[in-house]
Design a protein around this ligand. Structure first.
Ligand SMILES: Nc1ncnc2c1ncn2[C@@H]1O[C@H](COP(=O)(O)OP(=O)(O)O)[C@@H](O)[C@H]1O
Ligand SMILES: O=C(CO)[C@H](O)[C@H](O)COP(=O)(O)O
Length: 553
């Protein structure tokens, strides 16, 4: 049989990876990961103000290096047999572009301006703007937030655009339109980045830009202008139609065909977010709850439109027809920090070591710290009097987005050590997950099984066992190391015509599951009690602490 290959490209928070996959069998034949150089140096970011920007050059360099690196691992005939490429990225990660679709930071005059760069999903500089969007939407004839859980988040498209237009006169003058990362990269590969004609992702538009067929697309110009006259007219320079990830965006441009040494016959699929393509790669099926567990978590549930479509689910990150697969409602939720909470704790410990003992000692410590703390924490008993933590170190994404919230630790004593705190942080991330699962169930959305993918799911049996105990549900971990990239490859195989549907691509290319964590009855009961304490602490921080803080200021 003449082999056909597809490439899935997954742009994560810290790095981009490409996976070359046999489109008929799903066998992975080459992979390469490229870390973003500028991002790694902390450029254009300020964690203290929650500003996180990524330079488009990090993406372009990464795109070329990841695909060429992955192809370099394959035999020489594979390049000629590549027929499709699809891309997933984080989101909402939008950027201001000029009339040609060029991100402003690629122009010499904006090269160092963070406001002309991609505003990463975890950037929360637009909390105030998100609140304004909520207030206006809730008093408008049409509540534009109704399909995104009733709350618009500062992690999303419009809040980020509004904030940037307000604070940066230069961007205001030169931003013709705005584009999501997943749309831009896919467009770059086709050579058509015209913001008015490129095919925009249904997934990005529906979950983050308030696009819905009931609204004839994006919110009305009247609504946007009332929000701020700075947004007036922008709707016409964005998009009306959106496309699902099984569709084609165009063919590989001559420029990129040369860079990648591939044919211009290669089909480029429509882009989507990492979590949604990850869910495809993890073989999502109706009512399976797929958790992409890494820096953050993104949870995806898929249900037939006719069964859930008429319900409005409170406090989640949206319900979008076709965001995962056509004809199905994709529901998204998640936590703004999961592994990031552990990474914060590791930095807390290693930073003074770096300052006092230098990089070598700190790097050695950093490499070993999380595995070491995990091993120690796994030996600790789980008791009702354990330290309790909140996982809101980067705000709360769901249920009920609130990115002004902060994390907390309760119950410290002189006996508390690094492992006890680490254990509490891991439990906090699991409790945050439990509150999401409970919300789906309360809203009448059943969860048939839980599937996990992502770096933490693969690397940490301790975290996964804790999660299974807290959720009191078995968790299956997908076998694929790069499930998001595999999902993108499945989308590419459908866009390129190898399989008729995503479901067929999953059946042919899926790689199944390798680990399953079962809840341990002896810890489930104690965790139930600790979870109630987590909820109480959360309530205090959200209501009383915020009130006290306002009174004090
Ligand atoms: N052994 C480990 N146990 C728990 N968490 C880990 C471990 N190793 C790395 N992490 C966490 O994994 C996260 C990165 O997840 P990953 O899925 O690889 O990346 P991304 O979220 O950028 O796609 C980091 O936040 C880090 O703290
Ligand atoms: O919300 C998202 C997708 O809808 C983000 O892209 C996602 O949470 C970021 O992923 P990661 O933590 O793996 O970098």
């Amino acid at each position: 049989m003449h082999n056909k290959y597809v490439i899935g490209v997954d742009f994560g928070t810290d790095s981009v990876r490409a996976l070359v996959v046999n489109a008929q069998t799903g066998e992975a034949v080459g992979t390469h990961v490229h870390e973003y150089a500028r991002w790694k140096r902390g450029l254009y970011c300020n964690p203290a103000t929650s500003q996180f920007r990524q330079h488009p050059l990090d993406y372009l360099e990464g795109l070329e290096a990841a695909i060429n690196g992955a192809l370099a691992q394959t035999s020489s005939d594979v390049r000629q047999q590549v027929i499709g490429i699809s891309v997933d990225t984080t989101g909402s990660t939008p950027c201001a572009v000029d009339e040609t679709g060029l991100p402003l930071a690629l122009r010499p005059d904006f090269a160092e301006n963070p406001n002309g760069m991609f505003i990463l999903w975890k950037d929360h500089t637009s909390n105030a703007e998100a609140e304004e969007i909520n207030t206006l939407a809730h008093h408008w004839d049409t509540d534009y937030t109704k399909y995104v859980g009733g709350i618009y988040s500062s992690e999303w498209f419009w809040a980020k655009i509004l904030r940037t237009l307000r604070v940066d006169e230069e961007v205001r003058q030169h931003a013709f339109s705005w584009i999501e990362h997943c749309d831009w990269i896919s467009a770059v590969l086709t050579g058509n980045t015209n913001p008015l004609t490129l095919r925009r992702s249904r997934c990005a538009a529906g979950h983050k830009a308030l696009w819905h067929s009931e609204f004839d697309g994006l919110p009305s110009d009247e609504f946007l202008t009332r929000l701020d006259p700075l947004l007036g007219g922008l709707r016409n320079r964005l998009f009306t139609d959106t496309f699902t990830a099984d569709q084609s965006m165009g063919n590989l441009s001559a420029e990129w065909a040369e860079k990648l040494n591939l044919s211009t016959n290669v089909v480029i699929g429509v882009g989507a977010f990492d979590a949604h393509m990850g869910a495809v790669g993890a073989e999502i099926e109706p009512y399976a709850f797929v958790r992409i567990i890494g820096t953050s978590t993104c949870d995806i549930l898929m249900a037939p439109n006719e069964e859930i479509g008429h319900q409005l689910i409170r406090g989640i990150c949206g319900q979008v027809d076709g965001s995962v697969a056509p004809g199905m409602l994709g529901l998204e939720a998640g936590q703004s920090a999961f592994g990031d909470l552990y990474a914060w704790f590791a930095r807390l410990i290693t930073n003074p070591v770096r300052q006092l003992l230098g990089d070598e000692a700190a790097d050695t410590l950093e490499r070993q710290l999380i595995p070491h703390l995990s091993a120690q924490a796994a030996t600790l008993p789980v008791t009702e009097n354990d330290v309790i933590a909140l996982d809101w170190i980067n705000g709360r994404r769901t249920p009920d987005a609130n990115h002004t919230l902060k994390a907390a630790l309760l119950g410290l004593s002189l006996g508390t050590n690094a492992a006890t705190v680490f254990k509490a942080l891991v439990e906090a991330t699991a409790f945050g997950s439990r509150s999401i699962v409970d919300r789906f169930l309360e809203e009448g959305v059943p969860i048939k099984k839980v599937i996990a993918i992502g770096g933490v799911a693969k690397k940490s049996p301790f975290v996964m066992q804790t999660l299974a105990d807290v959720l009191n549900k078995p968790i299956q971990v997908a076998r694929a190391d790069q499930a998001c990239a595999l999902g993108a490859a499945m989308c590419a195989a459908v866009a390129a015509g190898v399989h008729p549907t995503l479901e067929a691509a999953q059946q042919a290319m899926g790689s199944g599951f390798d680990a399953e964590y079962q809840p341990r009855p002896e810890t489930v009961a104690t965790y139930e009690k600790l979870y109630q304490k987590y909820l109480k602490l959360g309530e205090f921080v959200e209501k009383d602490f915020v009130m006290l803080r306002h009174e004090a200021s």
